[in-house]
Design a protein around this ligand. Structure first.
Ligand SMILES: *Cc1c(COP(=O)(O)O)cnc(C)c1O
Length: 481
């Protein structure tokens, strides 16, 4: 199946090559030239692994043995057999995406991406190793390490800002086992680490190296496509629970940063799943809320630090894919992205905005509202959620209040509350003293919600990766891996 860039139809590649390359040569993102026809009803019949296999085979048909790849990616790695369970809370349904090996929703995609990447490499006859380079503000790094460790033909190197991640996030990364992993702190903030990684990519271009560089973030279609499954899973669970009948539309409220999580929902809809409105939930970094309300995307504003750090983003890369999907106009998309790059803002045509507003609704939630939501959802429904999930809940409430749309609502839950113990303890009125491990223990004692095994087991685990380097030394570090 042919893929081309969101910015030009000229350079087309097959789906295996698109996964292998990640980003298109013109800086655009790869998209299928056409969304394949898909038997969505049949897809609802199987297990979560069957669903994944069907969806991924349809979108990435040039990668063979998908069934085997899906089993390797997921079997035995998640807390539940369905991978992503849906549980009721008040009037809403919570789709729990954090039951994977690192307790973050990124596990769903980053368990699968290594399998897709190594299979694509084989299909394309690529001999040299792939080196995955990642800068992380916390969650992506560990999920990528967990997905890629000990995968043959691939190495992974993660940089994180020294002092810039939580105690638990640091412990998750520096204790990582595996012969093909490197983890290193960088003096500086997340942007410094991210810029350092971009500079390494630039410096390595055209150089003779013993490896090929690649990245684990959601610009790669191989990271995005595995996320479509959980929309089907949730729909099926509502069917099984008698909450809907086949064909009834369901609304989804999605905590969004890079627009990957919510775009997967739109792709599920394109494949036929009866998705109603997709609610784009942001934190105080509300670039997307403004965009969906006005049609102007403006990143020229300060990046705020919030209690939902995985959504602290000003440039939502995957929005480009939506603009392409709705307009079908690569020239338009190229122009808009060029303006974003040069001027920091762009405005889309009215007709395109109208199309977006037909499918999407948007709201944002600041830290104090997130606190209020976490406390109330816990007191009223006994459900403990993290600050990212709270923004999804708040947006869902706003949506129902303002539109009166009472169709079933699924709120995507993207992280375990134990990854953000201070914010959660504060919200439910608990004492926040001590280390993060003390806080986790206290949160569990108060609520009775068990600490995920992977987090509980971190304390006392040997630290293997304790290096810290200057940001100027990152290239050298990579060349000497
Ligand atoms: C990455 C992340 C998000 C946002 O997902 P996008 O794909 O960037 O939209 C939301 N919540 C958590 C906890 C995350 O780690």
């Amino acid at each position: 199946m042919l893929y081309h860039s969101t910015r030009s139809e000229k350079a087309s590649v097959d789906s295996a090559q698109a996964v292998l390359e990640g980003l298109a040569p013109d800086g655009g993102l790869y998209m299928p030239a056409e969304i394949p026809s898909f038997d969505w009803q049949n897809c609802l019949n199987g297990s979560s692994l069957d669903m994944s296999e069907k969806i991924l085979s349809a979108l990435l048909p040039d990668i063979p043995h998908m069934e085997q790849l899906v089993h390797r990616a997921y079997t035995g790695k998640f807390e539940t057999e369905t991978l992503t369970p849906t549980v009721p809370a008040g009037d809403f349904h919570i789709l729990e995406l954090f039951r994977g090996p690192t307790s973050a929703f990124k596990d769903v995609a980053l368990s699968m991406l290594p399998q897709l990447l190594t299979a694509a490499k084989k299909a394309k006859g690529v001999q040299e190793d792939i080196l995955i380079l990642t800068a992380t503000s916390g969650d992506t790094g560990k999920a990528a390490l967990e997905g890629f460790h000990d995968v043959e033909g691939v190495r992974i190197c993660v940089f994180y800002p020294y002092g810039g991640v939580s105690q638990v996030q640091r412990a998750q990364m520096v204790t990582q086992e595996g012969g093909n992993v490197a983890v290193c702190a960088v003096y500086g903030n997340f942007d410094d680490a991210q810029t350092g990684v971009k500079n390494i990519f630039a410096a390595c271009q055209g150089r003779e190296l013993p490896f090929r560089l690649s990245s684990a973030n959601s610009i790669n279609i191989g990271r995005l496509a595995p996320q479509i499954m959980y929309y089907f899973r949730a729909y099926r669970d509502l069917l099984d629970g008698g909450k809907i009948r086949l064909g009834d539309p369901v609304n989804f409220s999605v905590p969004t940063g890079n627009f990957g999580d919510i775009l997967a929902g739109y792709l599920a809809k394109q494949l036929g799943l009866p998705v109603g409105t997709l609610i784009c939930a942001s934190n105080a970094n509300n670039v997307l809320t403004d965009f969906i309300h006005t049609g102007t995307y403006n990143r020229m504003r300060p990046l705020l630090k919030t209690t939902s750090p995985s959504m602290d983003i000003l440039v939502s890369s995957n929005l480009e894919r939506l603009l392409y999907l709705l307009s079908g106009d690569t020239e338009l998309v190229a122009g808009l992205m060029n303006r974003l790059n040069k001027e920091g803002a762009y405005t889309i045509p009215d007709a395109l905005l109208a199309q977006i507003q037909k499918e999407f609704w948007a709201a944002y939630c600041d830290d104090s509202r997130a606190q209020e939501v976490m406390g109330r959802v816990y007191r009223e429904f006994g459900y403990l959620c993290d600050p990212h999930t709270a923004s999804g809940w708040a947006a869902a409430e706003d949506y129902v209040a303002q539109t009166g749309d009472r169709r079933p609502m699924v709120v995507l839950s993207t992280a375990s509350p134990y990854k953000f113990p201070v914010a959660v303890l504060t919200a439910i009125g608990g004492d926040t003293s001590g280390s993060e491990f003390d806080q986790m223990a206290r949160l569990s004692a108060i609520t009775g919600v068990p600490i995920p095994k992977n987090l509980a087991g971190l304390q006392g685990k040997p630290e293997r990766h304790t290096g810290v380097i200057e940001k100027d030394a990152m290239l050298d570090y990579v060349l000497h891996l």
